[in-house]
Design a protein around this ligand. Structure first.
Ligand code: ADP
Length: 496
């Protein structure tokens, strides 16, 4: 198998492994480093400076100074917009190296990084560059002799904590709107994937970003992450990661200075295949909805509900499709699935597969480690999954499709919504009434009809229930990074 061959040498060198504070690459105050590992082999890629409380303090004071005294919030919005656009151009120019770093650190297929993640990243910065000079308040009619207006001001220093599944995309969703609104940022990357953020942030400074506006701290969650979440001088916090960590973050924000928090957390999204479905098309879309990015998506369609009328045919075809999925070295052309990000995720997924078997689901295909090196897992399909099984309730975050049978639309609505998550949902039908009913009934931040994983910069994304607070992307993300000030001026002569 491909995974057993010598790993392909990544077409890039690791240049940046230090923290980026106040426009300079610096060592951690402790001098400590941590390893970042190649998921294809479990071998070291590089040792990276390990940020901790003292480094977060340094980064926050750089961001504070850049906000309170620096040019960034004071320059014209058009100037800020031009820097964001220049940055997008530089990323486009270096797209191949950036993609290679992302693949090396994360394990996702190179084809996918270059066709999805990098173009979405660039598009997002161009989208928010377009907003930068269109952010303004209102004049408001109020009772009494007053002129009333609102000022939309940047909120200040934004602390941002991102996960490892889409290191660049998550960077863009956080940094894009924050900077477009004139804020300054301290970003903590995930410990599994620190490399691509350092590379692109260097380019940001080449594009003219003033020092201190964007600071990158690599390091672990309970140390660097917690220090950022509980910092008294951070004005706003945005987090993407697990629901468990989201609860901790919200607590830290509350216990410190009550900074507002945006949370984008876990999911167990239904993908509903209705009775009128073209089964071949439904199988392909349901497959992509689950297996994309090695199944490491917070919005993965991880409960595939299939109408009983098409269920048997669907199972046969879903099994055949998963068995055909091309697993191998993510640098190899045509590979659809690389390794999971690290040994922890790898072991967790294998435990969920065992739990599926033990709880009586039917293992249709896969179920084992793929090859003998690194963190590859066979594309796995379970049928006959019941709602109360762990594999139908927990977020597995791996290439494990759980297929459940349903009889009618009210039943599938009730079962879909019987989850503590509410991030996304997929619906596959040609029937307009069915689509409309499901769209309105499903408790999910996104409903994709006859499509899935559409991540345009203009479309808001976020969750109901324990999938999070707030929305990112689109016009909605601006609110996360603005303070609204009402200004009321008494009119001496209201007649005029
Ligand atoms: P996962 O389990 O998928 O790694 P996490 O929610 O643990 O997801 O991680 C997402 C991000 O949150 C990472 O950057 C991680 O370092 C950070 N993180 C983890 N624990 C904490 C914590 N206690 N405080 C702040 N950040 C944390």
């Amino acid at each position: 198998s491909a995974a057993l061959e010598e790993p392909i040498t990544p077409p890039v060198r690791v240049e940046h492994t230090k923290l980026l504070i106040n426009g300079e690459f610096v060592d951690a105050a402790s001098g400590k480093t941590f390893p970042t590992v190649d998921p294809r082999t479990g071998q070291l890629i590089a040792n990276v400076a390990e940020g901790d409380t003292e480094d977060v303090n340094r980064a926050v004071s750089a961001a504070r100074k850049a906000f309170d005294e620096g040019p960034w919030p004071r320059m014209t919005a058009y100037e800020r917009s031009k820097i964001l656009l220049r940055f997008a151009d530089l990323v486009e120019k270096h797209a191949d190296e950036i993609a290679a770093l992302e693949v090396w650190d994360n394990g996702k297929p190179y084809d996918q990084a270059t066709s999805d993640e990098i173009p979405l990243f660039i598009r997002l910065f161009r989208y928010y560059a377009g907003w930068a000079d269109k952010i303004h308040g209102l004049t408001i009619q109020a009772d009494g002799p007053h002129h009333v207006e609102t000022l939309h001001e940047p909120i200040g220093v934004a602390g941002q904590i991102i996960p490892w599944n889409f290191p660049l995309l998550m960077y863009s969703w956080k940094v894009g709107p924050a900077l477009a609104c004139g804020n300054t940022v301290v970003l903590k990357t995930a410990e599994q994937t620190p490399l691509s953020a350092l590379y692109v942030s260097k380019l940001f400074h080449e594009a003219g970003l003033p020092p201190g506006v964007l600071n990158i701290v690599s390091g672990y969650g309970p140390t660097a992450g917690a220090a950022l979440a509980s910092h008294m001088d951070v004005d706003k916090l945005a987090f993407t990661g697990s629901t468990e960590t989201g609860k901790i973050i919200l607590g830290l924000a509350a216990k410190s200075n009550l900074k507002p928090v945006t949370l984008e957390l876990g999911g167990k999204s239904p993908f509903i295949v209705c009775e009128d479905a073209n089964v071949d098309e439904a199988v392909e879309l349901a497959h992509a909805a689950l297996f994309y990015n090695q199944g490491q998506c917070c919005c993965a369609g991880s409960r595939t509900f299939v109408h009983e009328r098409v269920y048997d045919e669907f199972i046969e075809k879903a099994k055949a499709r998963a068995s055909k999925r091309v697993v191998g070295d993510p640098f190899k052309k045509g590979v659809e699935q690389g390794p999971q990000v690290d040994s922890e995720q790898f072991n967790k997924i294998l435990r969920y597969i065992s739990s599926g078997v033990e709880s009586g689901a039917t293992l249709e295909t896969g179920g084992q480690r793929f090859g003998s090196n690194g963190y590859y897992i066979e594309p796995t399909v379970f049928s006959n999954v019941q709602d109360d099984m762990l594999i139908a309730k927990d977020e597995i975050f791996g290439p494990v499709q759980s297929i459940l049978k349903f009889k009618d639309i009210n039943e599938v609505i009730q079962r879909s919504n019987a989850s503590s998550f509410g991030l996304a949902a997929g619906v596959f039908t040609q029937n307009l009434d069915t689509a409309n009913t499901l769209t309105r009934a499903l408790k999910a931040g996104t409903v994709w009809i006859n499509c899935f994983d559409v991540f345009d910069a203009a479309i808001p994304f976020g969750g109901y229930k324990m999938s999070g607070h707030g929305r990112e992307k689109g016009i909605y993300s601006l609110n996360n990074y603005l303070q609204i000030k009402a200004v009321v001026t008494r009119l001496k002569n209201p007649a005029w």
